[in-house]
Design a protein around this ligand. Structure first.
Ligand SMILES: [Fe+2]
Length: 253
């Protein structure tokens, strides 16, 4: 199978997904990974950054285990389409030692770039989020906050998202939030944030073939219709591509 997605939609890129099997609460086994890849490809996704949770207290996964699952997932993707790319990464559950774990290579940046995807507990305070994100920026990383719509402190005070984005933090929304699966209020807020240019990435955060699925096209189409094609392209293709291209241009860290 080759070629781009159906219609006029360009090859989509997913920067946040749990497609590797057996390393977190994502794909349960290799069969699920294969189905997820098929679903993603059908949907028009042509590159994925595999971002299993980096949270050793919950999922004690060795680097070798992650690499083995990644190698197998890449082979499966190439069987579908030789141009279907799977990159390495992590969704790092923030702790104060995050920079140290990145420096020693236990936690992975996105696609070997200097971008990192970071998550927090939904009830963490805004100050904790802000300081954690900024501490990684101070270490020279380009920091992306995973699924901003999960955090109570940001939903309560939208201007905080503006502050984070204004200070150079990348903001990622999940496709299901864009489409309303997390409620109408979150859907409306996400649309407002997309219109204001405060959301830089939309990704699937897929964990399987039900619920959060490896599909971006619906969100792309929604954003294209409601906000504009330029924004849809920027958050689903252009900004994700910049991450991958920055890696191929050499990592300054
Ligand atoms: Fe995730």
């Amino acid at each position: 199978m080759r070629g781009l997605g159906r219609g006029n939609i360009p090859g989509l890129m997913d920067i946040h997904c749990h497609i590797l099997y057996g390393v977190d609460d994502g794909a349960r086994n290799v069969r699920v990974t294969r189905k997820m890849l098929e679903m993603a490809w059908e949907d028009g996704i042509r590159a994925m950054i595999a971002t299993p949770h980096y949270r050793p207290d919950r999922w004690p996964v060795s680097w070798e285990q992650r690499e083995a699952a990644l190698a197998k997932t890449r082979r499966l993707a190439q069987e579908l389409d030789p141009d279907f790319r799977i990159y390495t990464g992590n969704e790092i559950f923030y702790r104060e030692d995050a920079a140290a774990r990145l420096a020693e290579g236990a936690a992975a940046t996105l696609a070997d770039s200097r971008y990192v995807l970071v998550e927090f507990h939904p009830q963490d305070s805004y100050e904790y989020l802000r300081q954690g994100l900024q501490s990684l920026r101070m270490e020279g990383y380009e920091v992306i906050l995973a699924h901003w719509e999960r955090y109570e402190c940001l939903l309560q005070e939208p201007e905080r998202l503006e502050e984070l984005a204004g200070s150079g933090i990348g903001i990622q929304s999940n496709a299901d939030a864009v489409l309303g699966d997390r409620g109408r209020a979150v859907k409306k807020r996400t649309r407002d944030m997309l219109e204001a240019g405060l959301v830089h990435y939309v990704a699937t955060d897929c964990h399987g073939i039900q619920g959060r699925t490896p599909q971006l096209r619906g969100a792309y189409e929604y954003i294209r219709k409601k906000v504009g094609e330029e924004t849809a392209y920027r958050v689903c293709v252009e900004n994700p591509r910049k991450i991958i291209e920055s890696a191929s241009q050499g990592n300054p860290l």
